[in-house]
Design a protein around this ligand. Structure first.
Ligand code: T46
Length: 147
């Protein structure tokens, strides 16, 4: 597993893959080996037009593994002082997003598919969907850590 870490709380991983020649590739991942959480939910987004944008939120506690098995998707990650853009365009490229990271997702290619494996059940109270509120939330966390 190759990985890259950054001050923003994310990691790009190369998903383990088996090459079966002309019969195709098989990629896989396993709890607590390829990422440091247990998957409780899996969802996927498809049928989006090129230029569609989703996300625009952060999670308080949820950990996520994203990958794009078909097409091309741009993921922008941000916190209070950093921003980075990650392109998901290979079926074996995984993006782990840790909690408290703002994300915006843009469909570069029509009908690209975004798959997401996550650490918990759906809970709207885990979402922060307003950027100002997100910055306030981060401020509260750093006060907790310094106080
Ligand atoms: C994320 C990005 C990458 C459910 O009822 N159950 C679910 O498991 C999910 C993920 C969503 N929903 C409902 C909540 C909304 O009424 O489906 C609707 C669309 O969800 P949302 O607007 O949050 O979709 P995205 O694409 O902006 O965000 C989703 C995930 O919600 C989010 O966790 O990180 O994909």
């Amino acid at each position: 597993m190759k990985s890259k870490t950054n001050n923003l709380n994310y990691k790009i991983i190369k998903l383990r893959s088996i090459d079966n020649g002309s019969n195709g590739m098989l990629s896989f991942f396993e709890n607590n080996i390829d990422y440091n959480f247990e998957i409780k939910r899996f969802y996927y987004i498809y049928g989006a037009s090129a230029g569609s944008e989703r996300g625009f939120h952060a999670h308080k506690k949820l950990k996520q593994l994203l990958f794009c098995p078909h097409g091309k998707i741009e993921v922008t990650l941000m916190n209070e002082n950093e921003k980075t853009i990650i392109i998901l365009d290979e079926p074996n490229k995984g993006l782990i997003i840790e909690p408290c990271t703002w994300r915006e997702i843009k469909w570069i290619q029509q009908n690209a598919v975004l798959c997401v494996a996550v650490s918990d059940f759906y809970d709207e109270s885990d979402y922060i969907r307003d950027f100002e509120e997100y910055l306030e939330y981060l401020g509260g966390l750093s006060n907790e850590n310094t106080g």
